[in-house]
Design a protein around this ligand. Structure first.
Ligand code: 6PG
Length: 491
């Protein structure tokens, strides 16, 4: 048998898999391709991969035999049981130190488990976020690998050369331990949901509020794409709004307003609830998709529930459009602030050593949320790797202060018009809560203690004999009931 030639193997020849193979081939690596329906391997070699160095394999055994050691095999198959099934099929042909890489949108607890299971068998596992869709896979995705740390030196060159490059820097770095690569990809997707919802709300305000036609809204987005909002999602939005159907009508107006979702935004919102972190904007973005999905019920509601009479806008239109740009920018700052808060909290809990500047750098190019803005986030974390919140960074602190008046005007106006702005509004509510030294949780604590003896703590400086310092206190508010606090019971 001839010596193995493959630098890396890839299982799963759907469009993402094929494009990633061709991309790695362009970067000088010899890729061995395998697919469960093996006729796809032959088709791929005879067509898309014709004239390249790509090798085919018709069995898992052949795939493994063709790979140089330590073997590196990327799985690009449907997240879930298919990943476990392929790992099981691979195991008999793998040797100590070989690396299995899952490049699908897997849920991070699965990646934590897989890292542990494979490491127990002397193998290495990497769960890697891959973002950027078909285009990204072909010409440079954002890659977010995490898992067995010992795998990184062996895959670093292939990963960093295959990834998108911004200013000569790869949009790929080692994320961290166990499931952190897929965790970071999940947060990326949650942020993607948030960015998309904010853009959709801006479109709605321009269209239903100001009464501007899609072609003109496209121009506004094109202008915004030259400023602080410069990003892939703003750019494609302008292109979408300019795209007309054969009858000259903007095609977007013919698309049913029911949003789909595959679940990664929901995972982020659930992870935020589990971590006890106020990631409100992503939550609202997920719920907005849920509300959109009950179209038939909304149609019925629209017939019987009236909003305010929508008055035509009499103010300075350009000023309002500039305010809207600032509202979008400020809300985006809040969304990323919340996303990074979530990652910090989870890293603490799971003992991951996350590199936040590296994560922002990975997202600067190649992926769906790529933007100039992520360069500023990279700088913020480069200046201070332990930054508690983006809002404490000088650049972002100044930016939200500047945006604040316009942001408030936009939300107030949308509210008067009866145009829903869940993402804009929750961002501002978070901002106002976050900057409040005092919030009304004192009353919540009193209510909890009143009806359930759940206890509270006293404000520093207000202690007295009845309200002692540093103790859980229960007050007998009604004179009835006892003096025993709920914390005295063990469930
Ligand atoms: C990416 C995307 C991708 C995701 C789609 C669809 O980074 O390339 O995040 O992974 O699957 O955007 O997501 P929804 O169907 O949930 O909107």
């Amino acid at each position: 048998m001839s010596a193995p030639v493959g630098d890396i193997g890839l299982i799963g020849l759907a469009v993402m898999g094929q494009n990633l193979i061709l991309n790695m081939n362009d970067k000088g690596f010899t890729v061995v391709a395998y697919n469960r329906t093996t006729s796809k391997v032959d088709d791929f070699l005879a067509n898309e991969a014709k004239g390249t160095k790509v090798q085919g394999a018709h069995s898992i055994q052949e795939l493994c035999a063709k790979l140089k050691r330590p073997r590196k095999i990327i799985l690009l198959v449907k997240a879930g049981p298919a990943v476990d099934s392929f790992i099981q099929q691979l195991e008999p042909y793998l040797e100590k130190g070989d690396i299995v890489i899952d490049g699908g949108n897997s849920h991070y607890p699965d990646s934590i488990r897989r890292t542990q299971e494979l490491e127990a068998k002397g193998l290495l596992f990497v769960g890697s976020g891959v973002s950027g869709g078909e285009e990204g896979a072909r010409h440079g995705p954002s890659l977010m690998p995490g898992g067995s740390t010992a795998a990184w030196p062996a895959i670093k060159e292939i990963f960093q050369k295959t990834a998108a490059q911004v200013n000569g820097e790869p949009c790929c770095d080692w994320v961290g331990e166990t499931g952190s690569g897929h965790y970071v990809k999940m947060v990326h997707n949650g942020i993607e949901y948030g960015d998309m919802q904010l853009i959709a709300e801006a479109y709605d305000i321009l269209k239903r509020g100001l009464g501007i036609h899609e072609s003109e809204i496209a121009d506004i987005f094109t202008t915004w794409n030259k400023g602080v909002l410069d990003s892939f999602l703003i750019e494609i939005t302008a292109n979408i709004l300019k795209f007309n159907d054969d009858d000259g009508e903007p095609l977007v107006t013919k698309i049913l307003d029911k949003a789909g979702q595959k679940g990664t935004g929901k995972w982020t919102a659930i992870a935020a609830l589990d971590a006890g972190t106020a990631v409100t904007l992503i939550g609202e973005a997920v719920f907005a998709r849920c509300l959109s999905a009950i179209k038939e019920e909304r149609v019925r509601a629209s017939k019987v529930i009236n909003g305010p009479q929508r008055e035509p806008f009499r103010g300075d239109k350009q000023q309002f459009i500039d305010d809207l740009e600032q509202a979008l920018y400020a809300s985006k700052i809040i969304s990323y602030t919340q996303g990074f808060m979530l990652m910090r909290e989870t890293a603490k809990e799971l003992d991951w050593n996350l590199n936040y500047a590296g994560i922002a750098r990975m997202w600067r190019g190649g992926c769906i949320i790529k933007s100039v803005f992520l360069g500023d986030i990279t700088s913020a974390y480069e200046k201070n790797k332990d930054l508690e919140s983006l809002l404490f960074d000088n650049f972002f602190n100044k930016a939200v202060h500047k945006a604040q008046p316009g942001w408030r005007r936009v939300i107030a106006q949308a509210c008067l018009w009866g145009i829903p702005t869940p993402a804009f509004s929750t961002a501002l509510a978070f901002f106002d809560g976050y900057r409040s030294e005092v919030v009304p949780a004192n009353l919540l604590q009193a209510q909890r203690d009143y009806f359930g003896a759940h206890t509270f703590r006293v404000v520093s400086g207000k202690e007295n004999a009845r309200l002692p310092k540093d103790r859980d206190i229960h007050i007998n508010w009604t004179g009835r009931g006892g003096n025993v606090s709920a914390s005295s019971y063990s469930a």
